[in-house]
Design a binder for this molecule. Structure first.
Ligand SMILES: Nc1ncnc2c1ncn2[C@@H]1O[C@H](COP(=O)(O)OP(=O)(O)O)[C@@H](O)[C@H]1O
Ligand SMILES: [Mg+2]
Length: 369
């Protein structure tokens, strides 16, 4: 089995798994100074874009291609490559196709998709004006069609703030602010089969517009009035209706005052919540991409591994606790933790059997919540 991985930045998350499964690994990477280039069997430094990775896949006669890409920008090209490699060369690419990527990377297209398929999403309209109408009910969320990690997203509290934002853009999505709880659900999808993994709680929405990246998160979510079963069903419906493949993260906001669960966005790529998902469900989404590539992925294989640990992730910036953990990427049974993220942006994800054990680990790591 020979696999081409596109992008090295996330490769440390799977490198042990690749070795254990005796997979011949190739990485293509555009940044010669990137991390993890010492881990695979072979490395190609390429120019940006998917043309060269596609040539490598063909030349090396790989069995599958796994894009390990955590950003939106290249996903359209990945989709184009998938359509070509699968059709013309019979090489599976574990990712979404071009038409799906076109919906997920563009928030305007995503909103359209939700509306067309009767999936509840916050009310919105598009404006090219430099002021909002007089009857605007603040706060409102202002967004650009392209962006991630909160870039281009702003919660305006009054006309002045809205004008300061609108002046910078040709076109803006104006969305109703939902006062509620942010959750997300990672879904795995391959071969017309899909399964939701964990319901991750990412904090309350704030009018300061603080992105979940900055917040303490946990799984499973435990929000009064919200059924996790329903959240999983909704995420599954969104992914199957869209026809997305690989590892997909669906962002939702639950509004307690109405009981509504709104769909916000769909990220058709490995998600930042993958550590929480792995800690909670015992399913590591990136390892499952490899199982999809190997042809031994099925719903029953996932179901047989499922667990429901308590998981918590804390932004610690610079970890100062004891020696990281046995390995730095895997949870070992119960009561373990993983430190991840770049320097100054480190996060700790903890897996525990129960609340008591969770508190013990927090104490051990000197984390005061
Ligand atoms: N309709 C909304 N109501 C309240 N908060 C929102 C709304 N839309 C977005 N946000 C806040 O802004 C963040 C970023 O918005 P999102 O659409 O997910 O863009 P990004 O791609 O940058 O993550 C969300 O995680 C949430 O905190
Ligand atoms: Mg988001």
């Amino acid at each position: 089995m020979k696999i081409l991985f596109i992008g090295s930045r996330l490769y440390n998350c799977v490198s042990d798994y690749v070795k254990t499964n005796n997979i011949n690994s190739i990485i293509s990477e555009s940044n010669p100074n990137s991390i993890n280039l010492d881990l695979p069997d072979k490395v190609y430094i390429v120019s940006r874009g998917m043309d060269e990775p596609m040539e490598i896949a063909i030349k090396e006669n790989v069995d599958a291609v796994i894009p390990l890409i955590g950003i939106d920008l290249p996903l359209l090209d990945v989709g184009i490559m998938k359509d070509k490699l699968e059709k013309e060369h019979n090489i599976p690419v574990i990712a979404s196709n071009e038409s799906v990527a076109n919906i997920s990377i563009n928030k305007y297209n995503t909103k359209n998709f939700f509306l067309k398929n009767n999936i509840l999403t916050p009310d919105y309209y598009i404006t090219t004006e430099k002021t909002l109408p007089k009857n605007t009910n603040y706060p409102v969320v202002l967004k650009q069609s392209v962006g991630q990690g909160g870039i281009g997203v702003f919660v305006a509290k009054n006309d002045k703030e809205a004008e300061n934002y609108l002046i910078n853009y040709d076109e803006t999505i104006v969305e109703k602010f939902i006062d509620g709880y942010e959750i997300s659900v990672e879904v795995l999808s391959w071969n017309n089969q899909a399964i939701p993994l964990s319901v991750v709680y990412k904090g309350k929405t704030t009018i300061e517009g603080i992105h979940p990246l900055e917040k303490i998160k946990n799984a499973p979510a435990n929000i009064p009035g919200l059924s996790n079963k329903y959240a999983k069903e909704l995420a599954l419906k969104i992914v199957t209706t869209l026809g997305a493949e690989g590892s997909i993260d669906v962002d939702l906001i639950f509004e307690p005052s109405s009981g509504n669960l709104y769909a916000i966005e769909i990220n058709t790529r490995p998600s930042g919540t993958r550590y929480l998902t792995a800690a909670n469900s015992n399913i590591n989404p990136l390892e499952e991409l490899i199982n999809m590539a190997s042809g031994d992925w099925s719903l029953s294989s996932i179901e047989s591994k499922f667990n429901d640990y308590l998981a918590m992730e804390i932004p610690v910036h610079n970890y100062k606790g004891p020696e990281k953990c046995v390995t730095d990427q895997y949870f070992i049974d119960s009561n373990s933790w993983v430190v991840h993220g770049p320097e100054n942006y480190e996060r700790v994800t903890i897996r525990a059997k129960n609340k008591n054990e969770l508190n013990n680990i927090l104490n051990l790591l000197n984390i005061n919540l």
